[in-house]
Design a binder for this molecule. Structure first.
Ligand SMILES: [Zn+2]
Length: 84
């Protein structure tokens, strides 16, 4: 009963290894290398997004400091327009 039935239903030569994606052996018998799985790209994307957020934050800080220095310049030059 249980998992044993599933194993006995699948012939070893028909079984597709989940690790190297080759037929002929079970995953736990695998001696091959793990194939690159789609799931990895998702993690990569997340890392990329995280990095992008970081960059964005950096840029925002930069933009703020630039805006601040520009504002100071304007105030020093006695800007005609008053902001707020
Ligand atoms: Zn394998």
């Amino acid at each position: 009963m249980g998992g044993q039935i599933w194993v006995s239903l699948v012939k070893q030569e028909d079984f597709k290894c989940q690790k190297c994606l080759q037929k002929g052996h079970f995953t736990y018998q695998c001696t091959g290398k793990r194939k690159y799985v789609e799931r990895d790209s998702r993690t990569r994307l997340m890392n990329k997004k995280l990095k992008m957020d970081e960059e964005k934050a950096k840029l925002e800080t930069l933009a703020k400091s630039v805006a601040l220095s520009q504002k100071n310049k304007k105030e020093r030059a006695k800007g005609k327009k008053k902001k707020r």
